[in-house]
Design a protein around this ligand. Sequence first.
Ligand SMILES: N[C@@H]1[C@@H](O)[C@H](O)[C@@H](COP(=O)(O)O)O[C@@H]1O
Length: 267
Amino acid sequence: MKLIIEENAEKVADFAARYVARKIAEASEKKKFFVLGLPTGSTPLGMYKKLIEFYKEGMISFEMVKTFNMDEYVDLPRDHPESYHSFMFDNFFRHIDIQPANIHILNGNTGDHEKECAEYEKKILEAGGIDLFIGGIGPDGHIAFNEPGSSLASRTRIKTLNEDTIQANARFFGGDLSKVPTQALTVGVQTVMDAREVMILITGSHKALALHQAIECGVSHMCTVSAMQMHPCATFVADEDATLELKVKTVKYFKGLMALHRKLVEF
Ligand SMILES: N[C@@H]1[C@@H](O)[C@H](O)[C@@H](COP(=O)(O)O)O[C@@H]1O
């Protein structure tokens, strides 16, 4: 596992965007599609902004990119401003040259959630698997909507959101808890684990305990992102605030590797 520690959220976004841009460019040079797993939430917004900038500056193209989003609310119309469909189109897809057919987002309005989830897993396989899955985490260490207690062997399925997550997401629904959807379709922990690479973005002191549990404690279904300790190629990109609960020794160790890790984003 790599832990990248950047000064602030903007630098986390810059690192992540450069990392993704370089991977896309490498695949395009080989005339290969690059398959990205993508998150929503406020954490990845800065990365999406930078990637749009890189595209507008002519540094990268998304013509050879396929995407699979992590999750989507159940029974929230696709065109609702807070659906993850709207989020992704408004903040990313509308501004780049990705082919619409290469965008995949779970549909929480089909009425047959089991079928939708099974087909999603199938589509990922047909695309050749995910090359790089990018994720954020909830303050309780959940990845996608794999809430505490979710099986670490889970695959795409319907999940009922817990109280903490509903409260955290209420800010997007005018602070009204009753308006927050209570269920979502989400990729499983194992779906993320199957990706060839995983990159988790964590910013803010409210995520500090989660980062500590994720990388300094044992693997536990109570902090589902901790499963990434078992992934052969996982990178956590955090800002200083998110490292507040880590041991000084851990921080010092990974900061000592930063010169090496900077090479990963030379682009
Ligand atoms: N399902 C999403 C997660 O994928 C996301 O990582 C988390 C944190 O969001 P934010 O980045 O806004 O803190 O929110 C939701 O629970």
